[in-house]
Design a protein. Structure first.
Length: 202
């Protein structure tokens, strides 16, 4: 465990629940945590643990802005683990693309926009584990196609994180994910991790 961003008890429980479900043969897991409970910290520890075991993780962010945030967390949690940035590969030189997606990187972080094109999949090294942030978006074809190409329906350990595991368009997520861990706003407030809600009438 990192001394820089140590896990809280409930965050460690998330990792434990994931490993239990993976060991039981469930490979597509959803972790639902309320905003503010540190899902990015959890996922960086998860990928760090896998990297130390020799498994390379691809982390998918929904927006490009979240890539930098995620990489910064990896730098704090495990500065010794090389992290590659998979973003706008088509705009980079061949040597720079090769460096970013090098097999030497234990973790790769990219946006779904940069990885919706099958040509980008061909440049990736072997991916042993997949993490999807904002996983309520995963019902979209861009995510489904990528997950299928990487092997999420053929045993690839795949974990999705979301504060809102439901979609406005009512597309079902239960056909894709098994809920592995859940901590809601009430939990965060009752345990002092989140500020209590206050309503005002204007």
């Amino acid at each position: 465990m990192s001394a820089n961003l140590p896990l809280r008890d409930y965050q460690q429980e998330c990792l434990d629940d994931n490993e239990r479900d993976l060991a039981n043969g469930d490979n597509r897991l959803m972790d639902h945590g309320a905003t503010g409970l540190g899902k990015t910290v959890i996922m960086t520890h998860q990928a760090n643990n896998w990297a130390k075991a020799g498994d390379r993780t691809l982390v998918i962010a929904h927006r490009k802005e979240l890539i930098t945030q995620t990489i910064d967390k990896f730098t704090q949690v495990a500065p010794e683990i090389p992290v590659g940035r998979v973003q706008a590969l088509s705009g980079l030189s061949k040597s720079e693309r090769a460096r970013q997606v090098s097999a030497d990187n234990g973790v790769l972080v990219g946006s779904i926009a940069s990885l919706r094109d099958p040509a980008a999949w061909a440049e990736l090294p072997q991916i042993d584990r997949l993490i999807i942030d904002e996983a309520h978006h995963s019902a979209a074809d861009s995510y489904m196609n990528l997950m299928d190409a990487l092997g999420s329906w053929r045993g690839l350990p795949t974990i999705g994180y979301s504060a809102t595991p439901a979609r406005a368009d009512k597309r079902k997520l239960g056909d894709t994910w098994k809920l592995s861990w859940q901590r809601d706003i009430r939990f965060g407030i009752e345990h002092g991790h989140l500020v209590n809600l206050r309503g005002k009438t204007i």
